[in-house]
Design a protein around this ligand. Structure first.
Ligand SMILES: Nc1ncnc2c1ncn2[C@@H]1O[C@H](COP(=O)(O)OP(=O)(O)OP(=O)(O)O)[C@@H](O)[C@H]1O
Ligand SMILES: [Zn+2]
Length: 744
């Protein structure tokens, strides 16, 4: 694993190769480029950050090791540019360099595109700005008058801790001008300190709650692996509410005993984890470093640099946190490992769960994949012995799993224009009467998924996508969920021009809200979707309000099904249990199953038992049947055997090729060119090109091809050779998606 002899080699001048270094730049088109080292810099280690010129710009790159570099046509020295300067940051560790190479080779994205994800915070590469701080100066100068304000300031600075003027002023209840004046009179001395405050270290002397025996067994195994170190993947498979978080916290606590060791916890949709953060603070006495796309620039810089220096010991983040420059990774957790949001669908197409396993392997540390509904991929890895499965079947404390029932919508239909069947309505009434909470789950944002003209049948579509516009009545607009296009809701039909003829078809959460407030006018109702959870702060407030019982009925999309703990929630109603099964791709059954188990898992997590009602038109569907019987194992076994018999992932492999461009003719021509050179190896089949289900997005026409390999062996070589061989048509974008999750 650790090839330190290669890594430690310094890139020194030799007679044949005078002071050349390879530098990888965060640009999406290339591998490492050759540069010359000026004598002023001397020697450089692989991993060092440097500034180099690139076509008229100055770019920060990373000195890359010579090993494993594909042959490039090397330029003579006199054509090469010089490295301009080195950056005063610790070099990238070897495991990160290997990780970049590995992800690039696996996803077929250029190394530079992967490095770009590691250098995603340009501000972190510049020196940190400093700010005046003040400490006690010459306080014995008889020429200075000691006013009461000045005396308060002197009392505060007496401890010797440097503080900003604002900080001192606030503590002493004086104006900042008092502090500044004292500095000009030398009563205070100025020290310039970086504006970024350091991270406080987790308190490893604190202990967690007493674990149940199931938790204890799992925690012991994880602690032992963390103590031993070395790569060791676990599946922590515990029913909803079994206390998986407390279990992996034990692994964290063990990792933090090792001086300098760092921990990464990947979570889906980080903005939503206010409850998780509170639990972390309770357990470790400090907040962890947080990394996701919505943190501001200054905080990004602070976290990136602290991860790079090793000061940030625990990072909780979205998938991109995987590419932070950890100094010494000692433990990785992927929470809710089944979550589809771990797959990145833009830029470098990678699956953060899978790449986390690789990261742990390269860092030689243990890893925990936690879920109440593990993915089939992970279950198969556990079954075949590659991961150690730790299983928890019981909820923590006195809580039990909820009772599951279905409502056959053919027999018990809702009233016209309504979406809740009479049975569910009665259950909601009873729950509200008992002063307990209800959650209604409908995975559809907005008011209605389709707006239709009753007169001429026109459906309102997005002007640049082949998709219907979704009515958002709270905002009084129509929205495209693919490109973000919005427009006013028209008064008349755009085609037949008739007025008052447009009708909303089908339900969304906003429409459900309308029905709920009409039926339960005194209930406090909250709609929880990505439209209403706009910032981490407002989200945190909303979640806290629900948890404290300030809301009676929660109407939510999948966003509210993840990991939350609402003690007063006893009834969950799934408004359309069949929704995810329609138009199903490879994973539709699995995904619907996971989603419904997760939403059901929100019910009855404290003393009171929960009930779950699934409204369905197909109670005999295997997914619904599995949920009702509680026999998830048979269902998952069946899913696995179907996949195995068709050699579908994870038994075989899929690779999608997505072609897109503004000119449909060119896209089709590119498809034909690829089809003409499609690989003909045994066990490999190629289907397509065919128009993608989303034929047009943002004005780009889209076609798809799918390569299926019956074997589990890597197919990257075959795919890259195929793409290399085929003719390239101008104006067509070609993207390779290894292990695709979206087939749209
Ligand atoms: N050993 C323990 N002692 C006290 N409380 C515990 C213990 N273990 C778990 N809990 C509490 O039980 C509740 C459920 O735990 P947790 O949220 O970790 O479950 P989970 O397995 O992650 O569930 P889900 O998969 O639904 O997110 C939490 O409120 C947690 O604080
Ligand atoms: Zn659109």
């Amino acid at each position: 694993m650790a090839q330190s002899h290669l890594f430690d080699r310094q890139e020194k001048a030799t007679a044949s190769n005078p002071c050349r270094v390879k530098v990888l730049l965060p640009v999406p088109f290339s591998g490492p480029l050759d540069y010359l080292l000026p004598a002023t810099i001397g020697e450089l280690h692989a991993g060092s950050l440097v500034k180099v010129p690139l076509s008229g710009r100055i770019v920060v790159g990373v000195v890359w090791p010579f090993k494993n570099q594909p042959e490039q046509k090397t330029l003579p020295d006199n054509k090469l540019k010089y490295v301009l300067e080195t950056i005063d940051l610790l070099p990238f560790p070897e495991d990160l360099i290997e990780f970049v190479d590995w992800v690039s080779a696996y996803t077929l994205a250029p190394q530079g595109a992967v490095l770009k994800m590691c250098l995603s915070c340009p501000q972190a590469l510049e020196p940190v700005p400093v700010k005046h701080h003040y400490i006690a100066g010459n306080i014995d100068d008889p020429a200075q008058r000691i006013t009461s304000g000045r005396e308060k300031v002197l009392n505060i600075v007496a401890d010797g801790i440097p503080r900003t003027a604002a900080d001192i002023a606030a503590k002493a209840a004086v104006g900042e001008s008092v502090v500044r004046a004292m500095a000009t009179k030398a009563m205070l001395s100025v020290v310039d300190l970086p504006v970024d405050s350091p991270f406080r270290q987790p308190d490893i002397t604190l202990t967690g709650p007493v674990l149940s025996s199931e938790q204890e067994v799992a925690a012991l195994a994880i602690r032992a692996a963390v103590w031993v170190q070395g790569f060791k993947p676990f599946l922590l498979d515990g029913v909803t509410g079994s206390g998986k978080t407390e279990v992996y916290f034990e692994g964290l606590a063990e990792a933090l005993q090792v001086p300098g060791a760092q921990v990464l916890v990947l979570v889906p949709e980080i903005a939503l984890t206010s409850q998780w953060l509170e639990r972390f603070e309770d357990r470790f006495g400090v907040a962890p470093a947080i990394w996701h796309s919505d943190i501001g620039t200054a905080e990004r810089r602070r976290v990136w640099r602290a991860v790079s220096s090793g000061d940030a010991r625990v990072v909780v983040g979205a998938r991109s946190a995987l590419f932070l420059p950890f100094r010494q990774l000692g433990f990785i957790v992927v929470d809710e490992e089944h979550d589809p949001s771990f797959k990145q669908e833009e830029g470098v197409l990678y699956h953060a769960r899978d790449m986390a396993v690789v990261r742990a392997k390269l860092a030689a540390c243990p890893l925990v994949l936690a879920s109440a509904t593990p993915s089939i991929e992970t279950l198969v890895n556990a079954k075949e012995g590659r991961y150690e499965a730790l299983i928890m079947r019981e909820r923590h404390g006195s809580a039990v799993l909820p009772e599951m029932k279905f409502i056959d919508m053919r027999a018990e239909p809702p009233e016209a224009g309504m979406w809740l069947s009479p049975i569910l309505v009665k259950e909601i009434e009873a729950t509200l009467a008992a002063r307990e909470q209800v959650m209604l789950f409908l995975n559809r944002r907005g008011y209605a998924p389709l707006t239709l003209c009753r007169t001429c049948g026109h459906r309102i579509e997005c002007p640049s996508c082949s998709a219907w516009l979704v009515e958002h009545r709270f905002k009084r607009e129509l929205q495209c969920h693919h490109c973000g296009h919005t427009e006013e809701i028209p008064k008349a039909c755009p085609t037949c021009k008739k007025e008052e003829t447009l009708v909303a078809c089908g339900p969304g959460v906003e429409r459900l809200f309308e029905e709920v407030i009409a039926r339960f006018p005194t209930a406090k109702v909250s709609v929880v979707t990505s439209d209403t959870m706009t910032s981490p702060t407002s989200t945190g407030q909303m979640i806290a309000q629900i948890a404290e019982g300030g809301v009676d009925i929660i109407i939510g999309t999948q966003i509210v099904t993840k990991g939350y703990h609402f003690p007063g929630l006893t009834l969950v109603g799934v408004v359309d249990a069949d929704l995810g099964l329609r138009g199903g791709d490879l994973r539709a059954g699995e995904r619907t199953f996971q989603q419904l188990v997760q939403v059901s898992g929100r019910a009855g997590r404290a003393e009171k038992k929960g009930r779950v009602y699934l409204q369905t038109y197909e109670p005999e569907h295997p997914v619904v049947a599995a949920l009702l019987s509680g026999d998830s194992e048979s269902f998952l076994e069946l899913e696995q055997s179907i996949r195995q018999s068709h050699a579908m992932p994870p038994y075989g492999r899929l690779v999608a090729i997505i072609l897109s461009g503004p000119d449909i003719g060119a896209v089709i021509e590119q498809g034909r060119a690829l089809a003409a050179t499609a690989p003909a190896e045994d066990g490999i089949a190629v289907v397509g090109p065919a128009p993608a289900p989303l034929t047009r997005v943002r004005g780009q026409y889209r076609f798809r091809m799918l390569l299926h390999s019956r074997s589990r062996d890597k197919v990257q070589g075959i795919v890259s050779e195929w793409v290399r061989r085929s003719k390239k048509i101008k104006g067509v974008r070609l993207r390779v998606d290894i292990d695709p999750y979206s087939f749209m």
